[in-house]
Design a protein around this ligand. Structure first.
Ligand code: GLU
Length: 426
């Protein structure tokens, strides 16, 4: 990329997830003819916290990390959303992700608002002890702002069940009793929900199952390319494979593998677990992550990170259905190109909502103190995902808009209704 390209303000704008989110929000708000007062309230987050987190590193030195928690909207219930650890996480990214949580929870109609957290750090370079001390201090800094009725964090990129257990414990130590509903995505032994770990991938499978019906495809006739192999991509690929889909591509952060006849997904995931990469996996073509997005397939499922499909490569996407397992994998500028190509988009705020749906089930189970069987969780997840998919598709048809716009309109309309009914406290 040349310096001129790097400095091009359009590029900077396109790759700012908050601006991509706002562009879609504005478009949906306009189509809904959203009341200007409600627009003014809903276009901004409710609260943004920035904290500095001093951590004693293993070397004995203190390092200070910067952390955020954006509470985007509380109209429908406590803020809800993950925490990500990454060296390049920014407040704008967290802000976009928090807003997406608001719209996502509204699309699947769970009684939460949206929130998201981020800590600027490189977890790959940190020991378990350093990560624990950082997580606990971050949780302690947020203690007055999180809680089962206020804001309920969950895992996101580079955080997991262990991270949630530390946050739950830190919060509980301050409360002087165990408060398991303060986070979701906990280990099952500590009050986590059965099926939560697989929930985002399983939700993705459920909406893909619905989408292929529209194309009169059966799973064995459906070639799926999956970008990513973490909690969403890896589990999603495994579940798709088990459901009979032909998974033709998969990737990790280093690159992807491709076989038009289908990949032996359990073998690839085993290889990934053993060698920490797909690089040496035999019997497949090795491709880059951007090449993976352009392979010929029926369903493309970007399940890694933001800004993968941009105006510059959207024209080369070669699928019929785009199922967005990641948050924000497509920039707003790419939307039109995909639309003109006739690609059926299952937007992120619907496609990856399985995670937060089972987080809601986890929170409910924690408050009941009664835990459901995995079959019950999966069946209820299926009900929510299928109903929400149909709501969005029907909304798109009735209002003659694309499915992403429909999902935003549906969500914004629900949040607007609740905001109007509650009124503005002053
Ligand atoms: N981090 C996940 C997401 O982006 C899950 C959030 C949650 O369960 O609260 O949807």
């Amino acid at each position: 990329m040349t310096k001129a390209m790097m400095d091009d303000p359009r590029r900077i704008r396109e790759e700012n997830p908050f601006e991509s989110m706002m562009e879609r929000f504005d478009r949906a708000a306009q189509l809904l003819n959203l009341n200007p007062d409600l627009y003014a309230v809903m276009r901004v987050p409710n609260r943004e916290l920035k904290v500095y987190i001093p951590v004693r590193m293993d070397s004995g030195r203190i390092e200070v990390f910067e952390g955020y928690r954006v509470q985007h909207n509380f109209a429908r219930g406590p803020a809800k959303g993950g925490i990500r650890y990454a060296p390049d996480v920014t407040i704008d990214e967290v802000r976009a992700l928090a807003a997406w949580m608001t719209w996502k929870c509204a699309v699947v109609n769970v009684p939460f608002g949206g929130g998201k957290g981020g800590v600027v750090c490189d977890p790959a370079q940190m020991s378990l002890g350093e990560l624990e001390r950082m997580t606990r201090r971050y949780a302690a800094e947020l203690i007055d702002f999180i809680g089962p009725e206020r804001d309920v964090p969950a895992p996101d990129m580079n955080t997991n069940e262990q991270t949630m257990a530390w946050i739950m414990d830190t919060y509980s130590m301050h409360a002087r009793h165990t408060v398991n509903a303060v986070v979701t995505g906990k280990p099952v032994e500590l009050g986590g929900s059965r099926g939560r770990r697989e929930a985002t991938g399983r939700g993705l499978l459920f909406v893909i199952n619905e989408a292929i019906k529209k194309f009169k495809l059966s799973p064995p006739q459906t070639r799926v390319a999956v970008q990513g192999s973490g909690n969403v991509g890896g589990i999603g690929a495994r579940l798709l494979h088990e459901a009979g889909y032909k998974v033709v591509a998969l990737s990790d952060i280093f690159g992807g593998i491709y076989n038009p006849d289908g990949i032996d997904i359990p073998a690839a995931l085993k290889h990934l677990q053993q060698t920490r990469s797909l690089q040496e996996f035999p019997g497949v073509k090795h491709v880059s992550n951007s090449e993976l997005l352009e392979v010929e397939c029926d369903v493309l499922a970007p399940c890694a990170t933001e800004n993968q499909i941009r105006s510059e490569n959207a024209g080369r996407i070669n699928c019929r259905i785009l199922a967005e397992g990641a948050n924000g994998p497509t920039t707003a500028n790419a939307d039109k190109i995909l639309h003109n190509k006739g690609i059926f988009v299952i937007p992120d705020i619907l496609a990856n909502a399985g995670g937060v749906t089972v987080s809601y089930f986890e929170w409910v189970q924690n408050r009941m103190g009664y835990f459901w069987k995995e079959d019950v969780v999966n069946e209820r997840l299926s009900d929510v995902m299928v109903a929400s998919f149909n709501d969005v598709v029907k909304y798109a048809e009735n209002h003659n808009v694309d499915t992403r716009t429909a999902a935003y309109m549906l969500a914004i309309d629900r949040v607007a209704y609740d905001t109007r009914m509650r009124g503005i406290y002053a």
